[in-house]
Structure formats: structure tokens, C-alpha cells
Design a protein around this ligand. Structure first.
Ligand code: C5P
Length: 294
């Protein structure tokens, strides 16, 4: 009997940071964070197929490396090694999440590989085991293993899930600038932080479900640093703010800037305005449901 090849299609959602405070520099060179991450329904699609051996990766986005330097590739290798799987995997990535945007695309792809292979190869690894593997791949990967909304601490890898009842709508502008996360952290002067923002006020606003209250308290310590490095981002932020959403913020280390809106209609209106200005790619998104298989 010929065995059908095993395959699976999974989605890898983007994230935005609603709050990000840097508490200090760590001995390992990373920064100690307090950040609230929100998964949104802008997604890459990852098709996974079992093959006899090795790891093969193709991608719709030409600029992305398809070799062992790709985080999805590394995730597949880590999974194979940890579990002692002899079979190989062929992966095809349909990229929709912009690159170098602070939207976590690469990290999310990697988390989807871990979760997808766990399903494909019926390994039954629990959340703790997947999170442990994710931590080895990057600071944001554990968040994507968890999904939803979470307060993340440590270097971002300690994930505390939050319950968000409401559907918030965001309009994201990607100015087609690729920002390297490490360059922004490098330019950050940690010693100069006079008043540290307390996440608890933000968490109260988030649980109130009121977009206006959340919008007022959106905060990202990396924002000023990134806007300093890329002055065009400041222009874009000011433009987005001029359309009157509840709040505007740079996501992660950038380059994407988003606005939190009261309604989908408002977000669509701002999207049309931004598109007319030709400032980059624009997406309307909402908090999404976590890991799905197609
Ligand atoms: O963990 P990840 O590889 O995604 O981090 C990319 C870079 O971002 C790190 O090399 C480091 O320069 C910076 N970073 C940091 N502190 C964090 C997370 C990332 O300094 N908490």
C-alpha cells in the first residue's frame, strides 16, 4: 500500500505591540521588557509537507532567505533534532506580513513551524515544551506559540496570557522601510529613562474594552528611537494621527505604524486616505483567533 504524503497548511498571524517599556539592559546583552502583544488577523500561510529527508523552503517573497538563516528553517531543524525525527519537511511560505516592520512575521512563521510539525508528526508536545523550543529561536517566538493577547516579560519570552473581550480594529501602515531590531535597541539609551511607564494602567484600560481609553495609553519606549533614526516615520505617524484615530503607535522596533480605531468603518476610511497619499502598504486588522489549520 502506498502511503499518502502527510501535509498540512497553517496560518501565521502578525502582532502589534500595544505597550512596550524597557526596564534595563541585561547581562546577556538583551533588554528586559514589559510589553503587551496583540495577535492580529494579517497572516502568512505556511504549507508543510513531509518528505524523505532534509529541509526545503520556498517563499513568495524573493528578498527572504530560503536557507538555514531563515527562522522557519531553523525551527524545522530544531524540531527534527529535539524529537529525533528522521523524515524531512518541505515548506512553502506565502508571505503577507511585511518584512522589517515590527509585526513579528519571521517569529510567527517559526512558531507555526513548531506547532505545525507537532501536529503533522503527531508528537503531542505540550505548550511548555513548545515554548521552551520557541525561546531558543527568538524573543518573540514564544508569544506566537501562545497567541491571542499577552503581557510579555524578560526579553519578551515570558508570556502571560491576557483575556481581551472586545474586538479592536487597527489600521496598519507599512512604509516599505526595513528596520533591523538590533539597530533600534543599540540606539536606545537605557540610563536616561526618567519616568518608567507602569503597564498596570494600560492593562486596566485594555480590560475596560474602551478604544478611546486604550488609545490614550498606547506606549512604546522604542518609538522615539526609531523615529530619530528614520525621520520619515515621524512624518507618517503625524499623518496617521491627523485622521483622528483613538491612538497611534509604532509597532515594536518599526517600521510599521498603526492607529487604533473606534469602528471598522473609521479604519477603512483612514486606509483609503493613506492609500491616496501613497505612503506605503495599508492594512485594516482586528484581534485574531490564534493558530488555525486550513
Ligand atoms: O531575540 P531576537 O533574535 O528576536 O532579537 C533580535 C535583536 O533585538 C537582538 O539581537 C537584540 O539586539 C535585540 N533585542 C534586545 N532585547 C530584547 C529583544 C531583542 O536587545 N528583549
Amino acid at each position: 500500500m502506498v502511503k499518502e504524503p502527510r501535509n498540512l497548511t497553517v496560518f501565521a498571524p502578525a502582532k502589534i505591540n500595544l505597550f512596550l517599556e524597557v526596564l534595563g539592559k541585561r547581562p546577556d546583552g538583551y533588554h528586559e521588557l514589559e510589553t503587551v502583544m496583540q495577535e492580529v488577523d494579517l497572516k502568512d500561510t505556511l504549507e508543510i509537507e513531509e518528505i524523505e529527508e532534509g529541509i526545503e523552503l520556498t517563499c513568495t517573497e524573493p528578498s527572504i532567505p530560503k536557507d538555514e538563516s531563515n527562522l522557519a528553517w531553523k525551527a524545522a531543524r530544531l524540531f527534527q533534532r529535539k524529537i529525533g525525527v528522521e523524515k524531512g519537511v518541505r515548506m512553502h511560505l506565502v508571505k503577507r506580513i511585511p518584512v522589517g516592520a515590527g509585526l513579528g512575521g519571521g517569529s510567527s512563521d517559526a512558531a507555526s513551524v513548531l506547532k505545525g510539525l507537532n501536529t503533522l508528526w503527531e508528537r503531542g508536545l505540550d505548550q511548555r515544551e513548545l515554548l521552551e523550543m520557541a525561546t531558543q529561536l527568538g524573543s518573540d517566538v514564544p508569544f506566537f506559540v501562545q497567541g491571542g493577547t499577552a503581557l510579555c516579560k524578560g526579553r519578551g519570552d515570558l508570556v502571560y496570557p491576557l483575556r481581551v473581550k472586545n474586538n479592536f480594529v487597527y489600521v496598519i501602515l507599512y512604509p516599505e522601510i526595513i528596520v533591523t531590531t538590533s539597530s533600534v535597541y543599540k540606539a536606545l539609551k537605557t540610563g536616561l529613562t526618567k519616568s518608567r511607564k507602569d503597564v498596570s494602567f494600560f492593562l486596566d484600560a485594555l480590560s475596560s474594552g474602551d478604544p478611546e481609553s486604550v488609545g490614550r495609553l498606547l506606549f512604546n519606549r522604542l518609538e522615539e528611537v526609531a523615529l530619530g533614526l528614520y525621520p520619515v516615520l515621524r512624518k507618517i505617524r503625524t499623518l496617521l494621527e491627523s485622521y483622528g484615530p483613538c491612538g497611534v503607535l509604532l509597532s515594536g522596533s518599526g517600521s510599521a505604524v498603526y492607529g487604533l480605531c473606534n469602528t471598522k468603518r473609521e479604519a477603512e476610511g483612514i486606509k483609503e486616505n493613506l492609500k491616496r497619499q501613497g505612503m506605503g502598504k495599508v492594512y485594516v486588522v482586528t484581534n485574531s483567533v490564534s493558530f488555525e489549520t486550513a
